[in-house]
Each structure stands twice: as C-alpha cells, then as structure tokens.
Ligand binder design. Structure first.
Ligand SMILES: Nc1ncnc2c1ncn2[C@@H]1O[C@H](COP(=O)(O)OP(=O)(O)OP(=O)(O)O)[C@@H](O)[C@H]1O
Ligand SMILES: [Mg+2]
Length: 457
C-alpha cells in the first residue's frame, strides 16, 4: 500500500472532522514506512519508526483516527489499553502478549487474503466433490446415486455401466449444479467433527502464553473423525469450498508472511497511556505502573518476542500512544519511553462548529445513520440546517454544563431526541422534518434542568 500522506489525510477526512495535526502525523509515519521499504538493506535497518503520542480530551477522535487508519492500510492493527497490563510476575496480562495478539491478527489477515486467492480453485474442487457425492463413480456393483429426496430422470437414464454415459451424466449434472438447479436437494456428506471451539477459548485466555501450540496439539489427537450429516446442496457447496480452500493453503508460507507483515507494517495503538504515567507527587504503591512502562520499553525499542508462529522482531512496529493527559503529563512517563515517542500531537477539544460538521459531513455521520435506520421502515427523516445547528449547540451546552465527553455527546443527544420517532416507527408520521423547533421541542426541558441533563443526556 503506497498512499501518499495527502491521500491518507484525505481518506481520514471522510470520517474525522478536524484534528489536522494528528492526521498529518500518522500519515507521515505510515509513508515513512513505505519509504523505508524502498531503501537498501543496510540503511533500512538503521531507520526506526517515529512513534507518536496523541494528547487530547476524551471523545475527540484519537481512537477513531487509529481505527480508520488501520483499515485503510490493511496492516496488522491492535488497540490495547495500557491499564490492562501488569508487570511481569503480577497477575494479569504481560505486555509481550500485545505482540502475540498482533501476530494472531496478522495471521488472520493474511489467511483471509490467501483464502480469497484460492477461492476459484477451491470452487472447482468443491464442485468435483459434490458431483462425486451426487453421482458416485461406477464400481463393480452397479452404482446408484446416493441422494435423498426426489430422484432425477437424468440419473436413471445413465444406469448403463459404460464410462461414456457416466461422463455424460456427470456433465449434465454439472450444468444443473452450476445453474443452481440442485441447490435445494438434500445430500449426505461426511464432515470432520469440529472439536476446536473450546480450544479457542483456551488459547485466547492465555495458555498460549506458555508458547505451547495447544490447538494443534489437541487437534492432532483426534485425527480424521467424521460425522455424516444431511444437508442441502447449496450448504454443502459452501462447506466443501471452505474445506478445499483450507487444504490449498500453505500454512508455513502464510505464517512467514504474517510475521513479515507484523514486523514491517504492524501498528499498535496503546490507549490510556497517561494512566500508567507515574506522578511523583502522589505517593503510593505505583511501582507496578512504572513496571509496565519498563516492560513496554524493550518492545517499543525493538526486541524479539516468541509467538506460536515464530519469533517476531518488534524493531519496526509503529506504536501510537494516546491519552487525555489531564493530570499526568508526557513528562511523567519514564524518560526512556518518552524518547521512544518523539512525535507529540495535540488534538483539539470539539465545539459546536465541529459538532455541526461531525453531524453532517462524514460518510458515517449520525444524521445519515438515523436517516437510513428509520428509512428501513419507510419513515423518512430529514434534518434541516437549523435543526443540525440546534443539536450541535445543545451538545456543546451539555458538555459545558456537565462533563465534556466530546463527540460522544452527540450520540446521547441524538438518541434522546429521536427516541419518540424511533419508538413510533412506521406507526407514527411517515415523514419527519427535524428543524430547530423539533429539536427544541424534544430537548428544551431536559437541557434547562441541569440535574436532569446529567442523567438523560
Ligand atoms: N473529530 C471527529 N470527527 C468525527 N467523529 C468524531 C470525532 N471525534 C470523535 N468522534 C466520534 O466520537 C466517538 C468517540 O471518539 P474516539 O473513540 O476517537 O474518542 P477518543 O479521543 O479516543 O477518546 P478517549 O480518550 O475517551 O478514548 C467516535 O466513535 C467518533 O464517531
Ligand atoms: Mg479512545
């Protein structure tokens, strides 16, 4: 993916209003990784990513920027909360699990791409297997199609045992299959028994931290157990396609690629970094917070982490840390960590102007969401400009009077304002115009009463 910083910012602009500084910083960081890839090996090794700290109040787009960025660049992405981790030796997750989780994500990402690539081939193979079931190969005993449900004249026609007519019948069936004519027919299929669900629960709960590949260990213990199931051809087709696709995958190659992907383009977003900052003034047993910072260091600086897919070198993973930094400052982090996050960007608090734009501009703007949601029932809601102005200024007023929760306030305000319309749905008016008067009518009482606002909005 080689988007220029401007293209990246332009993409982010379609979802996030304002916050130009932060968008620019992440766009540059992403582009620098691509630039690095173009360099000769020698130089490439020297260039480490410039990690970023985003500072700004709650609900102004910190996480949203990281989230949109990750989907845009299709890179392995993980968002973690710094407060969830504990120093090695304490109860809780150790920070190395960040890298293991990131690798897991990467494996899924790569697997998804590989699966897509083998789809056409898998589709063909699934078709052959379906035909084998619908019309078993003639053996010494005369064959009979093992199908449940209505018999098909084209099959009994072919009960002559010579190869020619068998092939012809098979091709006829293939045509029907491709046309979807047989989709509803029931067949019997031997399918491997799935016993892996509970293992997934295990491995995500941290047993995997011991570096043991539990899933494949236990998975191997029950080889080839199958169960015969009756199902529709259409269902069987997609199951068989999945099976065949899995068979076509080269696990080792996939894992290697996944690790490369993590090493070259992994992105870790560490939220609430300020919560693990150590404030010298406040005495208390804050050792473990500082411990987490110390544990983070080697990972951010670059070290090798063992995962079940292989060893991951973390030197070039990009870290973006974010925090409100209300009480703590970046300088409260341990110095080594500060040095590892050389880029600081501040996100602006949002006011009525931004709210107005957030409500109407982004592709996923709330007004568009509600319009679509009620539209599903045949109810049209239209927002007038002065209606949107009013919502924006009510949201701002609430943030000022109660607590500033940024753009999240828009969600509570919108929800409350449209409660009645959503409740009535198709039983109410078919078309609703949301102008200033409507908004005031629904919300004025609540906004007047500060105590009420505290609970409702
Ligand atoms: N600048 C913005 N433009 C558009 N939408 C925004 C903006 N800021 C916030 N939002 C909306 O508000 C929601 C919350 O924002 P986000 O999760 O980015 O907050 P945050 O800055 O990470 O806050 P916190 O410090 O609480 O984690 C997002 O889902 C997004 O829809
Ligand atoms: Mg956040």
């Amino acid at each position: 993916m080689n988007l220029t910083p401007k293209q990246i910012v332009a993409h982010l602009d379609t979802y996030i209003v304002g916050q130009r500084e932060a968008k620019k910083a992440v766009a540059i960081a992403i582009r620098n990784r691509w630039r690095r890839q173009q360099l000769p090996e020698e130089m490439r090794k020297e260039i480490t990513p410039k990690n970023i700290v985003m500072m700004g109040p709650t609900g102004v787009g910190k996480t949203e920027i990281a989230r949109r960025l990750a989907t845009l660049i299709r890179a392995p992405f993980l968002k973690v909360e710094a407060t969830k981790y504990t120093e090695v030796g304490y109860h809780g997750r150790d920070v190395e699990s960040i890298i293991r989780d990131l690798t897991e994500f990467s494996v899924n990402l790569v697997k998804g791409e590989h699966l897509e690539a083998v789809q056409p081939r898998a589709e063909e193979m699934a078709e052959e297997r379906l035909l084998d079931v619908l019309l078993p190969k003639p053996s010494s005993t005369p064959y009979r199609p093992v199908t449940v449900g209505g018999s098909d004249p084209s099959e009994s026609e072919a009960s002559g045992e010579d190869d020619d007519s068998f092939e012809r019948t098979r091709e006829k069936l293939r045509k029907k299959l491709q046309a979807g004519d047989l989709d509803e027919r029931m067949i019997e299929l031997d399918l491997p028994e799935s016993g892996t669900q509970f293992l997934d629960i295990f491995s995500s709960s941290g047993i995997e931290q011991m570096g043991i590949d539990l899933k494949s260990m236990l998975g191997q213990r029950a080889p080839g157990r199958t169960k015969t199931r009756k199902l529709k051809v259409s269902e069987a087709r997609s199951l068989l396609r999945q099976q065949e696709a899995e068979k076509l995958l080269d696990q080792e190659k996939m894992h290697r690629e996944a690790i490369e992907r993590v090493e070259d383009s992994g992105l870790v977003f560490i939220d609430e970094i300020d919560k693990i900052a150590f404030q010298g003034s406040k005495s208390g047993p804050d050792i473990s917070r500082e411990g987490v910072q110390r544990d983070l260091l080697p990972i951010v600086e670059g070290s090798n982490v063992v995962t079940r897919y292989g060893v991951v070198d973390t030197s070039h993973i990009l870290f973006v840390a974010a925090g409100a930094f209300h009480t703590a400052a970046v300088s409260d982090l341990i110095p080594e960590l500060q040095g590892r996050f050389p880029i600081r960007v501040e996100l602006e608090p949002l006011g009525a102007d931004e709210f107005r734009r957030i409500l109407s501009e982004p592709n996923n703007a709330l007004t568009k969401q509600y319009h679509a949601l009620l539209g599903a029932e045949g109810v049209t809601i239209d927002f007038t400009d002065d209606g949107i102005d009013e919502i924006a200024s009510i949201a701002q007023e609430c943030n000022e009077k109660t607590q500033d929760i940024g753009a999240r306030r828009l969600m509570t305000v919108m929800e409350k304002m449209l409660e009645e319309a959503a409740f009535e749905g198709a039983d109410g008016p078919r078309s609703i115009r949301i102008d200033r008067e409507y908004v005031r009518g629904r919300l004025a009482d609540i906004v007047q009463d500060e105590d009420l606002a505290r609970y409702v909005l």
